[in-house]
Structures are given as C-alpha cells and as structure tokens.
Design a protein around this ligand. Structure first.
Ligand code: PAF
Length: 290
C-alpha cells in the first residue's frame, strides 16, 4: 500500500460485499485515475467493516462479508490494490486515532445523525484514517449515502483549510436493480417478501418528485412506505447540501430511511436508505444494473 500510494491514489472506500453499485464507483475511480496530470494513479479499493460506525453490535455482526468474492470483483474491474486492513492497522491499540471535528451536516439535520447516533463520528474517523493510510488524492463516494457524501465533503474541505490533505471527493450516481431498489450490500439480507416490500422505497421517492409542495411530498412518501408495511424512520425533503430546511432557489433532495422486517437474519429488520433530487427534473440519471 505504501509503495502504491507514494504518489497518491484514487481511493474507493468500501465495507466490502461488493455489488454492481461498487463497480460504478470503481469505474469512476479508474477514469479519474487516468485523467490525472503527469500519469495514471493507482486505484485502491479499501475493504474494512468499520466497527466504530455501527451503533448496534448486531448490525455489525450480520453485516455481509465475502473477501474472496470481493477480490475477484476487483481483479475483474482492473483495481490495482485491494487494501483490506485488520482493525489493529486502522486503530492500532497504542495510537490515538482521533474522530476530529464533525461538520454541521453530520450533527444538525436529524436524519442519519439522529437515527444512528455516533455513526458519522465513526465514518469521519475511518475516512480520515483511510485517506492518511492510502495517501489518497481523490476518493469516490456513492450518492446513495447522500448525507454521508455531504459529511465527507464538508469534513475534507474543513481539514484542507486547516492545512490537511487536498482530497477531491468524487460523487457516483446510485445504481438500481430492475425494480428500482437502490443497490446496497444490505440487500443481501432481504428475503423475497422483504425485497418486494422494499420496492416501495423508490416508488415513494419517485412519486414525491412530481409533487411541488415539500410537505405534501413528505406525506406522499410516508403514505406509500407505510402502506407497504415498512417502518418509516424519515421521509423528508431537504436542502441537498446542508440537509436542513428547504431554501427557495437551492437544490433539494427527497430522502428516506426505512426498516424492512425479514424472516431471515434472526427475524430482524434490515435498514435501507435512498434519495433522489427533488423535484424530479428530466430523466432519472441513475443507472439500472443488469
Ligand atoms: O459507505 C460506506 O461503505 C462506509 O461508510 C465507508 C465510507 C466505507 C466508511 O466505512
């Protein structure tokens, strides 16, 4: 890793269980790596299920892991380095790996920050650490985790202003299954009935895109999700960057988080999130895989 990243790299940070959505991230990374001034940078995919961002131990335990299959994916996609460090490399027992300052978008909106307390502290901690370990010049993040993308952007920008590394954050559009379900490693935990019910998520957000009032769009989403038997955590329309209240004239986003009850995974609940630009403009930009 040290040799590959000596002159910087393009990093795709992941928690493994790679799917077609990650393939898009990796392809973008390859394009970005080839476009750099003065030669091609290596593309590094990090695979690390980060314990510090899970607010429930059971969620961490059942998170899907398949390193052999992930490495095969990476080889097919022309990745230069798979960086799959152990916990002791990311968080050495004799070294303090600080969380650092959290941007406002990680604390204020009342979305992932409220429903997964401590989650963004863990994300910021590990992303700062992975950037330092890999010497990343650029890093690719999926738009499916919209609040995470805004948090990482704000964090990297604040760190840069304080003299930290200048890392370009490259956003990657969400990839969807044929029925519209956003690709996620967690989809593997859905049973057939759960997968059918989860189809309501993209229907709800799509429908909201055609409704011009944020309050009505939110009611529409909640109605569709509840009718499908999903446990709604939030279904909101927010400012796309701050994730605070809608500001007239600024881009907005419809965002949803739900729990899908499943018979598998110990009869547990699979938590899924999704989002789209709001109101809908032109044809959807996301890729449908397959
Ligand atoms: O989005 C993810 O998979 C994780 O939150 C990330 C960015 C790899 C940090 O662990």
């Amino acid at each position: 890793m040290a040799a590959a990243g000596r002159h910087g790299c393009v990093l795709v940070p992941t928690m493994g269980a790679l799917h077609a959505g990650h393939a898009t991230l990796i392809e973008l990374a390859r394009a970005r790596a080839g476009a750099c001034v003065g030669g091609t940078l290596p593309v590094v995919v990090s695979i690390f299920v980060n314990p510090s961002q899970f607010n429930e131990a059971t969620d961490f335990d059942v998170y899907p892991r398949d390193l052999d299959a992930d490495c095969a994916w990476c080889a097919r996609l022309g990745v230069d380095v798979v960086f799959a460090p152990g916990v002791d490399v990311v968080y050495p027992p004799d070294e303090d790996v600080p969380v650092g300052e959290l941007p406002a978008v990680a604390k204020g909106p009342g979305l992932e920050d409220s429903f997964r307390p401590g989650h963004f502290a863990g994300v910021c901690r590990v992303v700062r650490r992975l950037i330092a370990l890999t010497g990343a010049a650029a890093a690719v993040f999926g738009e499916k985790d919209w609040q995470q993308l805004q948090v990482v952007r704000a964090m990297v920008e604040a760190d840069r202003k304080r003299g930290g590394p200048d890392v370009e954050i490259v956003p990657a559009a969400t990839v969807r299954e044929a029925g519209g379900l956003a690709m996620s490693s967690r989809n593997r935990l859905l049973d057939a009935a759960g997968r059918r019910r989860a189809g309501a998520i993209s229907r709800a957000i799509r429908g909201a895109g055609a409704i011009r009032s944020p309050a009505q769009a939110e009611r529409h989403m909640a109605g569709v999700l509840e009718a499908a038997g999903l446990e709604v955590e939030y279904a909101v329309v927010r400012d796309a960057e701050t994730l605070g209240e809608v500001r007239p004239g600024f881009p907005c986003r419809a965002l949803v988080a739900v729990g899908v009850a499943v018979a598998g995974a110990g009869g547990g609940v699979v938590r899924l999130i999704d989002n789209r630009p709001w109101p809908a403009v032109g044809p959807a930009m996301e890729t449908i895989a397959g």
